[in-house]
Design a protein around this ligand. Structure first.
Ligand SMILES: Cc1cc2nc3c(=O)[nH]c(=O)nc-3n(C[C@H](O)[C@H](O)[C@H](O)COP(=O)(O)OP(=O)(O)OC[C@H]3O[C@@H](n4cnc5c(N)ncnc54)[C@H](O)[C@@H]3O)c2cc1C
Length: 405
């Protein structure tokens, strides 16, 4: 008979969602939730959007209000890192040992660091936490700064848009030829580049950062293989690495994150993983996928909570994410591994940036992205989930409802 309860390591969205799912399923044992940050679990998308721009306040980022943890009898411990995972027991940084029946690792991801001369200079920022977001906002909110973004991924471009909104001069530098070409392909990556250029952003692409210059004790420029770019503020956004240290030291199988099956079980008995840190087997596409997205943290957190409660549930959601930049909002659903080599076809007006893009493998839709077109994401997901052949002419014909394609 189980007696020690559940331990969740990682007080982010995946961990908090798993705790909620456990209680929703009627689990009434002890639930410990340990978070290394000094905050209750919060969501990160607003850190580069509504919270960063000042549209929403700090309260809006928390997953649950403070009182929720007491009401649900979740033992929430903030500012405390779990340092050792043993056999049905974890050890905290302070030395306390906490035994468990089942454990969830939801330790998230950590920004990749740029290791070049001068990279420790004040004025060089990374973005993962509330504190990172506030520190960067303090630097940019008055406008008039020369801001250089290293990396042209999602977070960098969202922040570039917000930095322009505050009236700063913005340059984006990176080795890639086209921003976002990896996830979206050349055509749609170019659309994002043009969107930013039309809003005053300068791109210095196919350019490598070699180091940073300093003046008066803070960063003053970005040295590249194509010359030095003056900078008052630098934001490095070159991706994130799954935080696998705890699992790795405990001997769990690691491969681009913690390897888990469709129930989110790791290679160790009674230990599960969810969120950014988990590389989960997807039963529909028959391969592992690791997704660093908000919706993935929620969906996998729910399945992890169910598995921790002893239910037989599979994690088979279609990956989903969204972004907002200037007046462009988009939602993407689909299986990134299946989009390689796929043909992209469009429904709607690309010039006005009001359309849906579909990634086609043969006659099957494997991904879809709605840009400034709303209330269609569920229909796009249905097309992907159905996995049946569709007629392209009907798919791109706006006079035919997506549900009737
Ligand atoms: C600025 C920003 C903007 C984003 N915008 C979007 C967006 O627009 N759309 C989208 O889909 N996704 C977005 N994301 C991604 C999304 O936020 C992540 O996928 C999500 O936060 C993952 O949740 P998680 O719970 O797995 O991990 P995290 O949110 O990283 O939480 C993990 C927590 O575990 C803690 N931890 C780590 N190790 C230990 C330990 N040993 N002991 C105790 N605690 C530990 C960490 O400190 C952290 O607090 C964004 C991310 C960032 C940083």
């Amino acid at each position: 008979m189980a007696t020690n309860g559940i331990v969740i390591v990682g007080g982010g969205l995946a961990g908090a969602t798993a705790a909620e799912e456990l209680r929703d399923r009627g689990y009434d044992g002890v639930i410990h939730l340990f978070g290394a940050e000094p905050h209750n679990p919060y969501i990160r998308p607003p850190l580069s959007k509504e919270y960063f721009t000042g549209k929403d306040g700090r309260d809006s980022v928390f997953v649950h209000p403070e009182t929720w943890y007491r009401e649900k009898k979740i033992v929430m411990t903030t500012g405390e890192r779990v340092t050792i995972l043993g056999d049905h027991v974890v050890t905290l940084a302070g030395g306390r040992e906490v035994p468990f029946d089942r454990l969830l690792i939801a330790t998230g991801a950590t920004p990749r660091r740029l290791d070049v001369p001068g990279s420790g200079a004040p004025g060089i920022h990374y973005l993962r936490t509330i504190e990172n977001s506030e520190a960067l906002r303090d630097e940019l909110a008055d406008g008039g700064r020369q801001v250089v973004f290293v990396g042209s991924g999602w977070i960098g471009l969202e922040l570039a848009a917000a930095a322009r909104g505050y009236g700063n001069d913005v340059t984006v530098v990176g080795p890639e030829k086209i921003p976002l070409a990896g996830p979206l392909g050349d055509e749609l990556g170019t659309m994002f580049r043009e969107l930013h250029e039309q809003n005053g952003v300068t791109f210095r692409l196919e350019t490598n950062v070699l180091g940073f210059t300093q003046s008066d004790g803070r960063v003053s420029g970005v040295e590249t293989d194509a010359g030095t770019i003056p900078a008052d503020v630098v934001v490095v956004g070159i991706g994130a690495a799954p935080d696998t240290a705890l699992a790795e030291a405990a001997g769990l199988t690691i491969d681009n994150g913690i390897l888990v099956d469709e129930h989110l079980a790791t290679s160790a008995p009674d230990v599960f993983a969810a969120g950014d840190v988990a590389n989960a087997f997807h039963p529909v596409i028959g391969q592992h996928m690791r997704n660093e997205h908000w919706a993935n943290a929620i969906a996998s957190g729910k399945v992890a909570g169910a598995s921790l409660a002893g239910a037989d549930v599979s994690f088979d959601d279609i990956p989903y994410f969204y972004t907002d930049q200037y007046d462009l909002g988009m939602e993407y659903s689909g299986y990134p591994p299946l989009t390689e080599g796929a043909e992209v076809i469009y429904r709607g007006d690309r010039l006005k940036r009001e359309f849906i893009a579909f990634w086609m493998q043969g006659d099957r839709v494997v991904a879809g992205m709605n840009v400034n077109v709303w209330d269609v994401n569920e229909d796009v997901q249905k097309l992907i989930r159905a996995g049946r052949p569709v007629e392209r002419a009907r798919l791109v014909d706006e006079s035919i409802a997506l549900t009737a394609v």
